[in-house]
Design a protein around this ligand. Structure first.
Ligand code: DX5
Ligand code: ZN
Length: 229
């Protein structure tokens, strides 16, 4: 089993204090930063794009994990790599030329990731499993932070883990949407190793370091002593 990675989604952060929020997450010991790019067409919401990706790149040395919830992602993947993305994840439902687009991400120097909505079957990934470094199982219908976790994702993770163990064992299995200290352990037991956490980390209730420490405790890992910012 690969080490467990936790990455906050900045869409739920206080965007007026984005630099400070990222610094707090970094000193709390998160493993990467997740950027939710939404175009108002693939999903019913508009978030941010290349200028924010470039700004976040300057704010941290942590890996940037870009989640493209846009139509025609093939038009933008290279530009997000140029903006500093380390992983670029596209939706299987949004891309006609999956093989070509995943190859383009790799050729641009980033890790290609593929994701599917809760209602999309794993079989849609069959032909491209060997090409990716990350498969993202959406555990909410994409478009917003703060939604409730869809428990059906647990069995989907279990089935995907079996496929990856056979066909791409070093590929990361990521889950995104409604992840909390209360459900993360069940997902690890099902085979997930990489988590996006939005409202569980950036919330008015908890300091970022406390929120990350709670997640680490739920995973069974020691919290990282951080200098609270
Ligand atoms: C939803 C996004 C998620 C979301 C995570 O479309 O892809 O990354 O912002 O936020 P929470 O953890 O609050 O569901
Ligand atoms: Zn996301």
């Amino acid at each position: 089993m690969q080490p467990i990675w936790i990455g906050p989604s900045i869409i739920t952060a206080d965007l007026l204090r984005l630099g400070a929020e990222i610094a707090a997450a970094e000193s709390a010991g998160v493993d990467y930063i997740h950027l939710d790019v939404m175009d108002g067409r693939f999903v019913p919401n508009i978030s941010f794009g290349l200028p924010i990706a470039e700004a976040v790149r300057k704010a941290t040395r942590l890996p940037l994990d870009v989640h493209l919830m846009i139509v025609e992602p093939e038009k933008y993947v290279e530009r997000f790599v140029e903006a500093g993305a380390d992983v670029v994840t596209i939706h299987v439902e949004a891309c006609v030329h999956l093989h070509r687009t995943l190859r383009a991400i790799a050729e641009a120097g980033a890790t290609p990731g593929i994701t599917l909505n809760p209602g999309t079957p794993l079989s849609t990934l069959e032909e491209v499993i060997p090409l990716v470094g990350e498969v993202l199982v959406m555990s909410v219908n994409p478009g917003f932070g703060g939604q409730s976790f869809i428990p059906l994702a647990i069995d989907k993770v279990r089935r995907l883990r079996a496929i990856l163990d056979e066909r791409n064992p070093t590929c990361r299995l990521q889950v995104d949407g409604g992840i909390k200290a209360s459900n993360i352990r069940r997902l690890i037991d099902a085979g997930a190793d990489t988590f996006v956490v939005g409202s569980a980390v950036f919330s008015p209730e908890l300091l970022v370091a406390q929120a990350v420490a709670e997640l680490r405790a739920a995973i069974g890992e020691p919290a990282i002593q951080s200098v609270e910012s």
